[in-house]
Design a protein around this ligand. Structure first.
Ligand SMILES: C[S@@+](CC[C@H](N)C(=O)[O-])C[C@H]1O[C@@H](n2cnc3c(N)ncnc32)[C@H](O)[C@@H]1O
Length: 330
């Protein structure tokens, strides 16, 4: 397929939080891995700011089709790998100076109706970032009602999860789901119309189904662990999240791996202090400034967390402490 056939007609891609990332990690040097290459905004930003080399990873082959016209300009400073960031340590040929992750879908993916991510655009109910495996249509046509309700509740924080799951099961008994519009219509009927300024009623459910189809939270935990293995002492990890479920996981992972989980409380004083693998730099999440929100409304919900790798061996994290939705811990 020619890249031009996919070119989204709408706005050009503006990388979210790139400026704050570059200032938090300055001076930019050495070998970086960009685990969510997308339109290549971070990879280019890192290379232009002084990284010697960037390994750009994405699970969506479209990302590399779109990069074909410019990727060669960087010669062997840019290597592209089709794969998931949960395995990022396997793509790193040297201990890394840095890892960046910019979670979720790209505007490129959202804008293409045929990828089926958006309730605003009629297209096949697909949502697969990698363009392979179980699609959103497979999931909503096959999962049982209780599983659907759990997905909507835990991955979308949708309070009407049971009502929507029941409506989906009733609707598919008449006609299986094939399109985004079919699903959006069934969800809309279950919820009050949104007021001005509120999000569309299908927003939370579409997010939940997308997270389930792409195992986004499983990928995130495994990706953070892989980054811990791949970074050299002094190497930096920068993660941008877009909703509270994923931010909670990153925050708790970094707290746990920076010794914070061991502080315990008056009621549980004997919690064992873990050996710190990261230092938070800065301690708190960074949000977009007003100029960035003006320029790019998609940045509104973004949170950036940055940490520096310390000189202790990598370990897997205790997953029960991460705030993973119960769907994933039982
Ligand atoms: C928000 S976009 C990244 C945009 C990029 N930072 C830029 O400035 O162009 C997220 C990208 O990450 C990819 N992605 C999401 N989860 C992934 C995973 N687990 N492994 C690899 N790629 C992933 C998506 O396919 C998408 O292209």
């Amino acid at each position: 397929m020619a890249a031009a056939a996919h070119t989204p007609a709408s706005r050009p891609h503006i990388p979210v939080m790139l400026r704050p990332i570059l200032s938090a990690i300055a001076p930019v040097q050495g070998v970086w891995l960009d685990g969510t290459f997308g339109a290549g905004g971070y990879s280019r930003g890192l290379l232009d700011a002084g990284a010697a080399r960037v390994i750009g990873v994405d699970r969506d082959p479209l990302a590399f089709e779109m990069a074909a016209p410019w990727a060669g300009d960087y010669g062997d400073r840019l290597t592209l790998v089709e794969g998931t960031f949960s395995q990022l340590d396997e793509y790193a040929d040297v201990p890394l100076d840095g890892v960046v992750l910019d979670l979720g879908v790209s505007s490129m993916q959202l804008d293409l109706a045929e990828r089926g991510f958006s309730f605003m655009r009629e297209g096949p109910l697909d949502m697969r970032m990698s363009q392979s495996g179980t699609s959103a249509a497979d999931l909503v046509n096959q999962a049982d009602e209780a599983e659907l309700a759990d997905i909507l509740y835990h991955f979308g924080e949708e309070r009407a999860s049971r009502r929507i799951a029941k409506a989906i099961v009733n609707a598919r008994a008449i006609e299986p789901f094939e399109t985004t519009a079919q699903l959006a219509k069934v969800i809309e009927k279950c919820l009050p119309r949104s007021k001005p300024g509120q999000s569309h009623p299908a927003t939370r459910s579409f997010q939940a189904i997308r997270i389930a189809v792409n195992d986004e939270l499983g990928e995130l935990v495994a990706g953070l662990e892989a980054a811990e293995r791949a970074l050299k002492p002094g190497g930096q990890l920068a993660v941008v999240t877009f909703h509270s479920i994923e931010d909670r996981i990153v925050k708790r992972f970094l707290q746990a791996r920076s010794g914070g989980a061991g502080q315990g409380s008056r009621y549980a004083p004997e919690v064992v202090q873990e050996v710190a693998a990261f230092k938070l730099t800065p301690r708190k999440a960074i949000g977009p400034d007003a100029d960035e929100i003006d320029e790019n409304p998609r940045a509104r919900s973004a949170k950036l967390r940055v940490a520096r790798r310390l000189d202790s061996p990598a370990q897997d994290v205790d997953r029960t402490a991460l705030g993973l939705p119960t769907l994933m811990t039982r």
